[in-house]
Structures are given as structure tokens and as C-alpha cells.
Design a protein around this ligand. Sequence first.
Ligand SMILES: Cc1cc2nc3c(=O)[nH]c(=O)nc-3n(C[C@H](O)[C@H](O)[C@H](O)COP(=O)(O)O)c2cc1C
Length: 193
Amino acid sequence: MDLREAIKKRRSVRKFKGTPISPQEIEEIIDAGIAAPSGKNLQPWHFTVLTGKKKNALVQVLVKTANKLKEEGLNTGSCLGTARAMGEAPVLILVYNTRGNPQKPPQGTARYRWSVDIQSIGAAIQNMLLEATARGIGSLWICDVFFADQEITNWLGRKDELVAAVALGYPDETPQKVPRKKRGKVTAWYGED
Ligand SMILES: Cc1cc2nc3c(=O)[nH]c(=O)nc-3n(C[C@H](O)[C@H](O)[C@H](O)COP(=O)(O)O)c2cc1C
């Protein structure tokens, strides 16, 4: 599949078959992430791959925390639906910003450096989604893990910043194209008259 086709065909997949993905394919998807550009080539990413019981235990950390927050009256939105998709996917990759410290949110000009790192990690994630699509593997970019970021990070024994998770698996649905804003609405051109 060429790049244009992968860009066109990628969808957020939320229903997965149980069929495992080979470790080699997972590694090659991560390699696509690592190939992304990064500010000052700092490559601020780290990928934690979870499968099987370990992945299911992680999903339970999220579900438990989301249920607790719900009981406390917080709107957890799509979190439990996302957790269901995470439970179905055979592979879950947690993506960390190794330069981020959740105990010390960036202040002042450090916010710019933080934004650069997050953009770099976003580029890596998008590369991974496109690589997965090109292999016929479905993917879901997940930020609902934020509902339990500290719980997940403690559970993993990490100290850096959780940015997102990526669920991977062979699709068990054919998601429709989700509408996009028209180019004219999100573009401005300036040039010589
Ligand atoms: C930064 C980011 C975070 C997202 N977080 C979630 C999530 O937690 N749960 C979920 O089901 N989808 C999540 N999505 C998927 C979006 O809902 C989806 O990309 C959007 O609706 C467009 O659909 P498409 O990906 O099929 O084109 C996320 C996407 C991005 C880029």
C-alpha cells in the first residue's frame, strides 16, 4: 500500500479480532514511529508494549479509576467505551514522553520545549498508525488513558509522562469515514496580488 492510500484508508478501529500480531510486526510498527522527525532529534519517546494478561490488567487499572471518578461525579466521557476497545485489542502500546515529569508541569518557556516534545511524539504515533494501516492492522490512538495517567504510570513503575496509548489489532469492523472540515474553512493563503 502506498502512503497516499494508507493516509486515505486509516480509520480509528474500536472492534478487533483476537488474532495476535507477530512481535516482528509490532517491532516494525514501532520502528516506523522511531523514524519520525523530532525537535533537535531528541527522540523523546518510549514505547511500552502490553499483550495478554498484562494488557488486560492495565485495562482494569483504567476501568477501576474511571468508575471511581464517575462515582465522584466526574464526566468520564468515552473512557469506558475506549477501555472496552483496549480490552479487545491484542496489543496496546503506551507512549511516554521521557523528557516529561508529571510532578513538575512545564512553566514559562519550558512550555515551548514541552510542546516540541509532544509534537515529536505525535509524529511518531501517526507514523505508527500509517504503518499499521499499510499492513492491514487496525489501530486506535487513545488519550482516554489520561483519566488514569498517574495510576497507570505508577502501575508500570515509570516516572515520566504518559502521552497516549495505541491499540493495535486486526479490525473486526469497517469504520465509516468520519467527516472533516472543508479545506477552505481551515486554510488561509497569503501571497503576491
Ligand atoms: C490525540 C487523539 C486522541 C484520541 N483519543 C481517543 C480515545 O481516547 N478514544 C477513542 O475512542 N478515540 C480516540 N481518538 C480517535 C478519534 O476519535 C478519531 O481519530 C476521530 O474521531 C476521527 O476518526 P478517524 O480516526 O476514524 O478518522 C483519538 C485521536 C487522537 C488524534
